[in-house]
Write a protein that binds this ligand. Sequence first.
Ligand SMILES: [Zn+2]
Length: 400
Amino acid sequence: VYVTLLLQFYYFSILSVLNIQFHCVSAAFQRKVQNKIKDLLQQMEEGLKTADPHDFSTYTGWTGIALLYLQLHRVTHEASHLQRALDYVKRTLRNLNGRKVTFLCGDAGPLAVGAVVHHRLNNTADSRECLTKLLQLQRSVLSPDSELPDELLYGRAGYLYALLYVNKEIGANTVDEDTIAKVVTAIVESGKNLSAEQKKTERCPLLYEWHKKQYVGAAHGLAGIYYMLMQPGAKVHPDILAEAIRPSIDYVRHKKFRSGNYPSSLSNETDRLVHWCHGAPGVIHMLIMAHKVFKDEKYLKDAVECGEVIWQRGLLRKGYGICHGTAGNGYAFLSLYQLTQEKKYLYRACKFAEWCLDYGTHGCRIPDRPYSLFEGMAGAIHYLSEIAKPEDSCFPAFQL
Ligand SMILES: [Zn+2]
C-alpha cells in the first residue's frame, strides 16, 4: 500500500509539473511580447500627436488610451503608467459634452475611468466628483421618453457597464444597488416592449434594435445586452434571468449559421463577419456567461464552436484592433482558456498575439483612428499585455 501511494504521489507530481509547463507561455515568447509592447507604445505616442484632440471617447479617443495605461499599470505595477493614465483622463474630463451616456462613446467612459484613476492615486475628492457626475447621467438613461437605444456602444447597456466597472475597480456599492436596479429595469422594460410590439413575446421575450435593425453582436446587438444583464454585479432577479433572458439567448442560438458563426442582425443571412462587434467573437462571451449562470452544457458547446470559427477565420485583414481586428478575436481564446483550462486555447491566444507582433506587415487596412483602443494600435497593445497573465485577461470596456 505504501509503495502504491508513493508511486501515485510521484505520478501526480510529474503530472503537475508537466501541467505547469504546458500552461506557461515560454519565457522567450514573453520577452518578445514585452519588447514589442515597448516598441508599439512609442509608435502609438508618436502617432497620437496627430490624433483628433477633441475625441475623448473610450472607443477611438483619449479615454481609451487612459484605459490602456491603467491596464499596463495593473500588469506591471509601474507608477509611470498610472501617471500617464491620469494625464490622458484629465484631458478627457475637460471635454465632456453631455450628448452621449455610454462607457465606450459617451461621458460615462471618461467619468468612470477618471473615478478609478483618481481612486488609485488616493485623490478621493476628485474621484468622488467623477462619480457624482457619472450618477447624474442616469436621468437621461432612465427617462422613458428618451430616444436612447439599449446596446453597448450608445445605449443603456453601455451606461450599465460604467456602473459595474466602478463597482469592480473601486469597491462594491460605490454605485448603490438601487441605481443599478433602476438601469437594469429600464433595459428589461425596453426589451419587453419591443418584443410585444413585434409579437415575439413567446420566442424572444427581450428584443432590442438599433437604427431599426435587430443586431445580434456584442457592440450593437442582443449578445452585448444579454451579456451585461447576466453580470453578477447587475443582480438581475433570478425569475427575469430564467424567464426572459434565457429564452432570448436560446432564440439567438437558433440563428447560428451552419459554420458555427452568428449573423450580424436577425434579418441578415450572410455568413461573413467574424468580429467582436459582429459575429462569433462577440457572441461567444454571451454563451460563456450563459454557461456560468445557467450551468447548461449546451452553451459551452456553442461557445466551443465559436472558438473553432474564430480559429479558422479570425485573423482579419481589417487590422489588429479589438472591435473588428485580430486582437479582439484573440480575447475569445483567452476567455475559453479561463473557462476550460485547456492549453489548446492558450496556444491559440498566443498564435493571435504572434500575428499582432508582426504589426503592420500583413497588408491590413489602416483604420480611421490607427492608434485608438478599439480600432487600432492601443487595442493590440492591450491584448499583447494580457499574455503576461492570461488567466486574468479582461476585454476592455466589455468584460468585468
Ligand atoms: Zn467593429
